[in-house]
Design a protein around this ligand. Sequence first.
Ligand code: ADP
Length: 524
Amino acid sequence: MNPTQRIALILTAVFLIPALFFSVYEISSLTQDEKMIGDIYEKQLESILFSVNQYSDDIINDWMSKTQVSLDSDPAAEENTGLQNLAALNESLRLIFYTDTLGQSPRLAIHSLDSGLAARLRPAIAHTLALHQPQLNQLVRYKKSGFQKNEVLASPDTALRHYHVVCFISENANATLRTAGFVVEPSAFVEDLVGPKLQKIAKDQFVLAVYEKDNAAPVYSTLSGDTVTSAMLTKDFWVFPGYTLGIRTQGASLQHLVRQRTQNNLMLLIGLDVILVVAVVLAFRSVKKEVQLAQNKADFVANVSHEIRTPLALISMFAETLEMGRAKSEEKKQEYYAIIRQETHRLTGIVNKILNFSQTEAGKKTLHLQPVDLAHEIKDVLRVYDFHLKSKGFVYDAQDIPPTRVLADKDAVVEIIVNLLDNAIKYSPEEKTIELRTGQSATEGWLAVRDHGVGIARTDQKHIFDKFYRVPTGNLAKSRGTGLGLSLVRQLLTQQKGRIAVESDLGAGSTFTIFLPLAPNNTV
Ligand code: ADP
């Protein structure tokens, strides 16, 4: 496994896999949380409805005990003041009735503020009591066992259509039992007694309502004109069978809020994951670059050592031969001198290149921009290189290149041409033809060096301008180099506001083209 793969593996193991696990865990727990919050909230709503039911039940119980006390203190009186007071204080309590005894047809006494109503309802109440004898007997049994219960008696009489008959068993001091009860108007009960309680609970958080079953319009609602029943949590209204209590949150429903929150959390989580992935990719890229550079540097040291050792070995060998007088003829001596000079020249070249590179990279090299004719500089360089090129068997073509005036540093341009020419020579082992061209566009002048050598694979093309980079395959490794030439060329061009491009096909040759800003007109 190479260092880059190792780094990729470490980054994945340290950041991406934990983030992935965390995200999966969070997403699954988010839906669970949503359900749990929903359940808890529903329980709370249920307990609110329970308290309303309890409250209403307490009112009826209070009425029952007050009735019992009143009957006990004044059992025979026609005008029972306790009952009169009770009826007077509660508008929904339309009338209070009681019998003198239990049994088949007891005498029925009625207390009401509305004597007309009392007269109208008397037969219906008597009829209802007679109809529900079994339920009354059950209430008696409860009473005898010590439970004070009440029963809402359904009535077929149309006179009682808008009322509920609530019945219970009353017992006076000498243990006489009798049937007693109320005729209650549910809508008034809800309006007068339950309504204020609902308003108190609702504040501006909830909507509470009372419904008659199978009727969408509420009998009472804390939010006037509210008809949204679908989102309501409902429970039976204990005191009045056929009625329902409903509750929901005001504004957005809880489910909606929880879902919204879950969605936000999810988006946040995905956003964080994306940022993490981008960060890991960026970190990986920069580390990969550093690793590559370190690798290139190591290669560079090996290359340069090799580059320096070979000429040094040759110089020392031939110097020693000459010193010991082993050169037989004058001709041989001249040959050895030439080799020593050539190798010294090569050493100087390498050292100069490294120095040049480090100076340029450190920004210590100051360039003097002036109008420079690229065609002229090509010809100057070729004049010097002519012998070298021809002795290596190269044919070059730089005929009819138009003068191209750019704004550049003369020495830097020469350095660039020499480097490109050097590479063309180095990397053209078989077809030894080189073409040099110039030209210009509206804003730039260009210079191209074309060879028909080994070419550069597409994947390597983006690295060849990196410092210390050398294409690591093929017989290129055999050709000498430092990996600094093209990097130096690019640096010099950047400093002169220029750029470089390469077009190359493996095995078919390469064309390196440099671009520099045009010089102001007619200044060369
Ligand atoms: P080097 O000292 O290795 O020539 P350079 O920076 O000049 O360093 O070039 C970097 C690499 O680009 C070289 O190692 C070589 O593989 C490739 N290269 C440069 N010029 C050419 C060319 N004309 N033809 C083929 N490959 C080239």
